[in-house]
Ligand binder design. Sequence first.
Ligand SMILES: [Zn+2]
Length: 315
Amino acid sequence: MPRRAATRKGPRIVLPDEWPYAEVARLDPEGRGDVCAELVPGVPVRLSPRIVRLTAPNPGMMTGPGTNSYFVGDPLADRWVLVDPGPADPVHLQALQQHAPGTVVKVLVTHTHVDHSPGAVAASAAFGAPVFGRRPAYPQGQDGTFAPERELVDGERLAIGPGTTLRVIHTPGHASNHLCYLLEEEQTLLTGDHVMQGSTVVINPPDGDMAAYLTALAALLEVDLAWLAPGHGFLVAKPHAVLRGLIQHRLRREAKVRAALETLRDAALDELLPRVYDDVPAGLHPVARRSLLAHLLKLKHDGAAAEEDQRWRMT
Ligand SMILES: [Zn+2]
């Protein structure tokens, strides 16, 4: 069923295959038509009693509509955490301060890529709240200002208030230190960049790891989930179907890598690239090249491929 929604240019109809659809349906079941079908920087969106989203003004090729910062909290206890303060941008910091739904007691980060964590330093100072997350295994090109009070561990449960608990789930793959946060009371997973709406997650070795990424995606199939709240994009429904789709997408690409290796027998990365990514515009091949390397390293990890003098073959 198409749904009515609002945009900055006026009302519009949102169809079931469009990204905002699930969120519009959830926030506006009666069809008032007042839920926004755009991610507008600086405008807070109350997604549930416990979740408020505020998108940073950093749209771009790698960030889509911009990085989502989330306030997650216990409205009765007036205790909130800020997840992913975003880039170090004074405009976004001001918006975070202006729209914080209550007292912020912690700043959490999903990972330390520069669109997610550099805002933590100023947000921590502004809210008087300590920062938590994990340090990257390969810090090159990442947020060098990140200094957590303590490193979070997989399975840890953070009690924000009596009725709000965040479970820490270590999800390496996009980044070695990537964490998702599960709001247990609402079965909503803050996915950071482990799952992004509408674009393929970049797996850039060595900090990115395809084998770890697929293992972490599969592990989430064992978790009770109702919604995903991604670092880029709207709320996502049917989490397990989405996760299975992501795994299948990667395995289909891996099958193309295997087929290309079998055809060429012995090939350099740049010989494999146009065959494996023949469906991807050439302009994106520099990014795809990193993913190709990630696939090859996974095949090596699985014992299926070997590398010698920067040439790859099946074993
Ligand atoms: Zn990101």
